[in-house]
Design a protein. Structure first.
Length: 275
């Protein structure tokens, strides 16, 4: 990556108590989760003990330190999509009564805050730390952790205080407004409320979402005008692209050179090249 002029950050990802869609990929337990639930009402293992919580926090710190030592340029913590960190954020599966649970999103963000502090301690003050967050869960697309900007502030600002530099705001469709009364998306609100740089993602340049892609659906190239309007307005700082680049490694070059008529349809069979 460096030889080609690129930068690279690994994503540190603990899946927690998510059941794999492929049962053969699910390892034997125990499964870490805040309250022994894979989704609301669905038991999957036991609640994490105090020792297991401390061990997970420590492991994220060690992994980040390893990433820096190995020559990566940043780390990203996977705090989205219903995996372990997100399970702590989510009221529906975090029923803990210790300092990692509670009715307020700020209380349920303490696990992530402790992880960010462990990561920051391991990598030092200047190494970029990104966290990926989503309102939606793979277990339930309609969940929202923050129903209002005030709740979003209570969720995100403690993470900035803990040492997050960049929020990677995962949506399935980047153009969807986060709250009524404004067309700002998640990355737009996160930047407005925290002042931190943000990354937007979700169906950039494509007309169908990635979850449908896993189910075999193809997606047609879509206009980038709305994305560029938001970027120019300063809503967010970076744009992440998934399937379009898996389909076509020349995607970014084509966009930069204005060759948008050459962008390709995403076909699910492009995923087969990954396995
Ligand atoms: C094959 C595949 C693997 C993915 N793996 C991850 C992952 O490891 N971590 C993650 O946060 N998101 C993962 N995602 C989600 C993407 O990062 C991205 O958020 C999603 O594909 C939406 O972007 P797109 O519409 O440009 O594809 C994956 C998506 C695909 C298609």
């Amino acid at each position: 990556m460096h030889a080609a002029g690129g930068l690279i950050a690994p994503q540190l990802w603990h899946v927690g108590a998510v059941r794999s869609q492929n049962p053969e990929w699910t390892p034997p337990g125990p499964y870490d989760s805040p309250s022994g639930l894979s989704a609301p009402g669905q038991t999957f293992g036991e609640p994490m003990s105090d020792a297991a919580v401390a061990d997970a926090i420590d492991a994220f710190g060690r992994a980040a330190g390893d990433a820096k030592r190995l020559g990566f340029d940043a780390v990203e913590l996977h705090g989205a999509h219903g995996y372990l960190i997100d399970q702590f954020f989510w009221e529906g599966v975090n029923h803990r009564t210790d300092r990692f649970g509670g009715p307020d999103i700020g209380e349920r963000a303490r696990f992530a805050g402790d992880i960010v502090r462990a990561v920051r301690a391991a990598v030092g003050p200047t190494f970029p730390v990104i966290i990926r967050l989503s309102q939606w869960k793979q277990q339930d697309f309609n969940v929202k952790l923050a129903h209002t900007p005030t709740q979003m502030e209570a969720w995100l600002n403690p993470l900035v205080d803990a040492g997050v530099d960049v929020f990677h705001c995962s949506q399935r469709r980047f153009w969807e407004a986060e709250f009524d009364g404004s067309d700002l998306n998640f990355a737009g609100w996160a930047k407005k409320l925290t002042g931190a740089p943000t990354i937007t993602v979700g169906s950039v340049g494509l007309n169908g979402d990635f979850v449908a892609g896993f189910g075999g659906a193809s997606s047609q190239p879509d206009s980038l005008d709305d994305l560029i309007r938001r970027l120019d307005r300063g809503d967010f700082d970076l744009v992440a692209v998934g399937r379009a680049v898996l389909q076509d490694p020349q995607w970014a070059t084509k966009v930069r050179q204005g060759r948008t008529d050459e962008l390709l349809e995403f076909e699910a069979k492009a995923l087969a090249t990954l396995y």
